[in-house]
Write a protein that binds this ligand. Structure first.
Ligand SMILES: Nc1ncnc2c1ncn2[C@@H]1O[C@H](COP(=O)(O)OP(=O)(O)OP(=O)(O)O)[C@@H](O)[C@H]1O
Ligand SMILES: [Mg+2]
Length: 268
């Protein structure tokens, strides 16, 4: 049994002062190896919670996550995480950051060097191998984060707003890089984003979540990620289905946010 199964996950956080928050309710999802899924939804709908459960950082109150037939019981190298920012070793060189996982695994130095050099070349960091992280721009740091994740050769890559802190132009370039790496490595990827455009461009499957309690609202299967592997993303946006789908999802999320605000006004 290969692939990732999220099987009827519910998550309730008990609050220290009493009461609880139902962050997720009955979320089920299957991803085949190599699928790329983007996840959208209003703030607080449980996206990060779901990713943390798949990563093994949090144990769900109900349900389970199964990867390649094995139930997830904690973090492991088979599930790599890329955060929005700040998860690199600032004082170490680019090379040492990317080689950290292979080193911890006890990989022979020659083999490690080969893997690290290759990943730094494909992420366009070939000329920056010996630089320290704090010397790099935000976009370059996120490329290091991607390379470091890939160096562990995970089956699944989990990304929580990986491009959220970047300027628009760098972000667009990075979206192209994510698609290129996806195609070249065949990894299963779950990518959370607040950008509807990014979710459309990168999501072969696009999941819209709804809040209170967090649950799956709607799923789309889209052609744009496949198209974007070989074409300029600006060309992909000219596809006749792109704008109508974008409008539909924008109003879906807008309506959810209106409803949340309405509810909190009446409860206030
Ligand atoms: N450790 C925790 N303790 C208590 N409540 C929590 C905890 N973590 C998350 N929550 C609550 O669970 C709900 C879902 O949070 P989560 O961070 O998963 O949302 P999100 O969809 O990632 O939001 P955003 O888009 O703002 O990042 C929220 O109501 C949040 O307040
Ligand atoms: Mg979040």
């Amino acid at each position: 049994m290969t692939g990732l199964a999220i099987d009827d996950i519910s998550m309730r956080f008990e609050l220290p002062k009493g009461g609880s928050v139902q962050a997720l309710k009955n979320v089920s999802l299957d991803l085949k190896p190599g699928e790329l899924m983007s996840v959208l939804g209003p703030s607080g709908c449980g996206k990060t919670t779901l990713l943390n459960i798949v990563a093994g950082f949090l144990a769900p109150t109900e349900g389970k996550v199964v990867l390649n037939g094995e139930t997830v019981v904690g973090p492991a190298a088979e599930r790599g995480m890329v955060f929005q920012q700040g998860a690199l070793f600032e004082w170490m060189s680019v090379r040492d950051n990317v080689g950290f996982g292979p080193k911890m695994k006890g990989m022979a130095p020659g083999e490690k060097r080969e893997i690290v050099d290759h990943l730094l070349d494909v992420t366009g960091l070939g000329d920056f191998k010996e630089k320290a992280i704090y010397e790099l721009s935000g976009g370059m740091q996120q490329r290091v984060a991607l390379a470091r994740c890939l160096a562990n050769d995970p089956d699944v890559i989990l990304m929580d707003e990986p491009l959220g802190a970047l300027d628009a132009l760098t972000r667009e370039k990075m979206q192209g890089l994510v698609l290129k790496l996806w195609r070249e490595t065949g990894k299963t990827i779950i990518l959370i984003t607040h950008s509807v455009e990014e979710a459309l461009l990168l999501g072969e499957r696009l999941l819209v979540m709804a809040p209170r309690p967090g649950r799956i609202h709607k799923e789309y299967r889209l052609p744009f990620a496949d198209m974007g592997v070989n074409a300029d993303l600006r060309e992909v946006k000219k596809h006749e289905d792109y704008n109508p789908t974008r409008e539909e999802i924008l109003s879906m999320i807008w309506n959810m946010e209106e409803e949340i605000m309405g509810r909190s006004e009446t409860s206030a």
